[in-house]
Design a protein around this ligand. Structure first.
Ligand code: SAM
Length: 292
């Protein structure tokens, strides 16, 4: 077994050798605690045949742990300066491929087809760059990739919003957008001290597990998400107010909106944050005919 990358001493040595300076704009906060990394890998429940996609390998701290616990790792890294470093730190592992690309611009579906041909169980595991956490997660979900589970480190505040239940202050359109496809659970709260440099915010690890089918069935997914977003446009407003001012021609169609609310058994004076996914699904389906 090779020496772990993620110790303070080894990390400092690697960074000094290459004269590497952190770019805040790329969300570069590297993990220097092997125990935390092992726990993250544990939460991904990988077997010998599992394939792993990593976003932002940095100097390879997590990549190395993934390589030891999976069949193959493919890691997307945007920062060219890290490539020679990764070539050295990951040289003991023949089952790792680093792709120099912005993951938001990558054709991940195609990469999966090419790189994980014989692999049936696929997970995403990452310590995400915090400036693009939500776009990355939404991209992975919306592209309908064959991924069982996504286990990622992110800002605790975003993890709270993703996993929030109806009736709580954190519950909003992001909770719904993600919980529609995935079951969401915060599996670990992580102190700032395990990163260099230390981030300004608290961190958490969230596990998203793909549902066999979406949490609710709706007539039209795009319209369902439009209704949920509109319902939270101004949190202090009632559902009726948000829907009339946010939906196209909502003001002229106030009666239809009221009618749809009644038919779906939802009091028009409620606020979006009190509605469950099932209630939003019923409401969107009742509204659908009037807005198409
Ligand atoms: N995995 C390493 C660790 O845990 O120590 C580094 C994690 S660091 C929080 C985020 C990494 O993502 C950095 O290496 C950064 O260069 C990379 N990154 C930032 N934006 C990216 C993007 N759009 N696509 C791919 N990688 C990105």
């Amino acid at each position: 077994m090779h020496k772990d990358i993620a110790t303070p001493v080894r990390t400092r040595g690697i960074l000094e050798k290459y004269g590497f300076s952190f770019k805040k704009s790329l969300g570069q906060n590297f993990l220097i605690d092997t125990n935390i990394l092992k726990k993250i890998v544990h939460f991904a429940q990988m077997g010998e045949g599992t394939g792993a996609i990593e976003i932002g390998p940095g100097i390879g701290a997590l990549t190395e742990q993934l390589a030891r616990s999976s069949k193959k790792v493919v890691a997307f890294e945007i920062d060219q300066r890290l490539l020679p470093i990764l070539a050295e730190t990951l040289s003991p592992y023949s089952n790792v491929k680093v792709i120099h690309q912005d993951v938001l611009k990558a054709d991940v579906k195609e990469v999966i087809k090419e790189e994980f041909k014989e692999i049936e169980d696929l997970v995403v595991v990452a310590n995400l760059p915090y400036y693009v956490t939500t776009p990355i997660i939404m991209k992975l979900l919306e592209e309908q990739l064959p991924i069982r589970s996504i286990v990622v480190m992110l800002q605790k505040e975003v993890a709270d919003r993703i996993s929030a239940k109806p009736g709580t202050k954190d519950y909003g359109s992001l909770s719904i957008a993600i919980q529609y496809y995935m079951e969401a659970e915060i599996v670990m709260i992580v102190p700032k001290t395990v990163f260099v440099p230390q981030p300004n915010v608290d961190s958490a690890v969230i596990r998203l597990t793909k549902r066999e089918k979406p949490a609710v069935q709706v007539k039209d997914e795009d319209f369902f998400f439009q209704v949920t977003k509109t319902s939270f446009a101004q949190r202090r407003k009632t559902l009726l107010n948000n829907l009339t001012s946010g939906l196209q021609d909502g003001k002229q169609k106030k009666d239809e909106i009221l009618d749809a609310l009644h038919k779906s058994g939802i009091d028009p004076s409620r606020r979006g944050e009190t509605l469950s996914l099932e209630e939003f699904a019923r409401l969107a389906d009742e509204l659908y005919a009037n807005f198409h």
